[in-house]
Design a protein around this ligand. Structure first.
Ligand SMILES: [Zn+2]
Length: 416
């Protein structure tokens, strides 16, 4: 097989540069060498180049889904939604307790197939058992696997920390296209001491951190006032935490709002939280379909973006949404965030939220997330008529399944 390929499409969207009508991408080995109009590239392409033509397609960088729970893929059939978050969480706890590694692995493998079908080539995965690490590793997908960490009391902390640190040590030799990260689950499921120790481990080992934050009113009531429906169930977790801090301010008190931290949700945030987030070097992953299904409220996305908070889009896991498609998520978000004052985001901004911004949220924007020379040849093609006057709108409104997905120049999904 030729190591040099020239891909031509009706439209090429590099994301970090203007779109190219009748564009092309020259691939050498597993990297992108050039991105330009077909006319220009065909003149400089070597004679023995392999040429692929996609006349009714839009060619994009592979999509990035920065927050998934692939081990939950099969919970789609057993965990009810929509339903209030508190009830959903209790149902999830029951399912999770019964789940074996083998079941989680089978579920994660199915989740991986969905991601590839939707044009996703990079993922931020929250892994409870480590099974999704194995499934992702087999698939060649890129991304960060955040190992979930839950610690409801300081008595269990030494054991939980040992498990986490052993997993990091044992897994780091097998990463392939993946990177390791740590995932302290949420402010209400990890004690303050546990949270600080996980942050210290991450700093020591240079690992990124992901946590769920400010997702539901119940979380805010518990963290800030020790009140609400979780008071008796989870109140003891926060025995040593100061009262009166919102979840975001509490995470700041812990030292968690630092470079390399990805916060998932941030729905229940007030003006002070937004101002604080805008001053911290963190990223926020917004999962609007999950928020709607779990009835936790609507994130003030436009206010966050206007304040300069770095926000990208993610689907979350299949226990709380219907698909792992970033384009499905984007379509839902555009409707959910249609602002009466017309402070809406442009199609280009939306596209960035599932490509380069999501890659940056995972610390991978130097390698993926846009079509640029020297980045990995991770690509997704979607069918759009070549006569389309507004191809980006057509993509954002209609497309779901990719016609072709490539990782490092290798085809990993092709529509039949
Ligand atoms: Zn999540």
């Amino acid at each position: 097989m030729s190591k040099v390929k020239l891909l031509r499409a009706a439209w090429v969207f590099p994301v970090t540069a203007p779109p190219l009508k009748d564009g092309a991408v020259l691939l050498v080995g597993d990297r992108i060498a050039r991105v330009d109009r077909y006319e220009s590239l065909q003149r400089i392409a070597p004679a023995r180049v392999e040429r692929w033509e996609f006349p009714d397609s839009i060619l994009l960088p592979g999509l990035v889904n920065p927050h998934t729970h692939l081990e939950n893929t099969h919970f789609a059939q057993v965990v009810r939604r929509p339903q209030p978050f508190g009830r959903w969480l209790r149902q999830m706890v029951q399912q999770v307790r019964q789940q074996s590694f083998e079941h989680a692995l089978a579920a994660a493998r199915d989740g991986v197939q969905q991601l590839l079908r939707y044009g996703v080539t990079t993922v931020g995965e929250f892994s409870r058992l480590g099974a999704s690490f194995q499934a992702l590793q087999e698939s060649g997908l890129r991304g960060v696997v955040f190992k979930e960490f839950i610690c409801l009391s300081n008595e269990e902390l030494p054991e939980r920390l040992r498990e986490l640190s052993d997993w990091v040590q044992q897994t780091k030799a097998f990463v392939g296209n993946l990177r390791l990260g740590v995932g302290p689950h949420a402010p209400y499921t990890v004690t303050p001491l546990g949270f600080r120790q996980v942050l210290a481990l991450a700093a020591e080992q240079g690992l990124p951190v992901c946590t769920h934050a400010a997702e539901s009113p119940a979380e805010r009531a518990l963290v800030e006032h020790r009140k609400g429906i979780w008071r008796w169930w989870l109140g003891k977790v926060l025995r040593e935490a100061p009262k009166g801090l919102s979840p975001i301010r509490y995470l700041d008190w812990l030292g968690a709002l630092r470079e390399g931290t990805l916060l998932v949700h941030c729905v229940q945030v007030d003006e002070n939280d937004i101002a604080l987030l805008s001053q911290r070097p963190v990223w926020v992953a917004h999962c609007p379909r999950s928020n709607a299904n779990l009835q936790v409220g609507t994130m003030p996305l436009v206010a966050l973006k206007h304040a300069g908070v770095r926000v990208c889009l993610a689907t979350d896991g299949l226990a709380s949404v219907d698909s792992l498609s970033p384009l499905d998520e984007l379509r839902f978000a555009r409707v959910a965030h249609t602002d009466a004052n017309n402070l809406v985001l442009t199609p280009e901004q939306w596209l960035r939220m599932i490509t380069i911004d999501a890659a940056a949220a995972l610390g991978l924007d130097k390698e993926v997330g846009s079509l640029e020379p020297n980045k990995f040849a991770d690509l997704a093609l979607f069918t759009v008529s070549s006569n389309e006057k507004e191809p980006l709108e057509a993509l954002l409104f209609q497309a779901t399944e990719a016609s072709l997905t490539m990782i490092g120049s290798r085809i990993v999904w092709q529509q039949r």
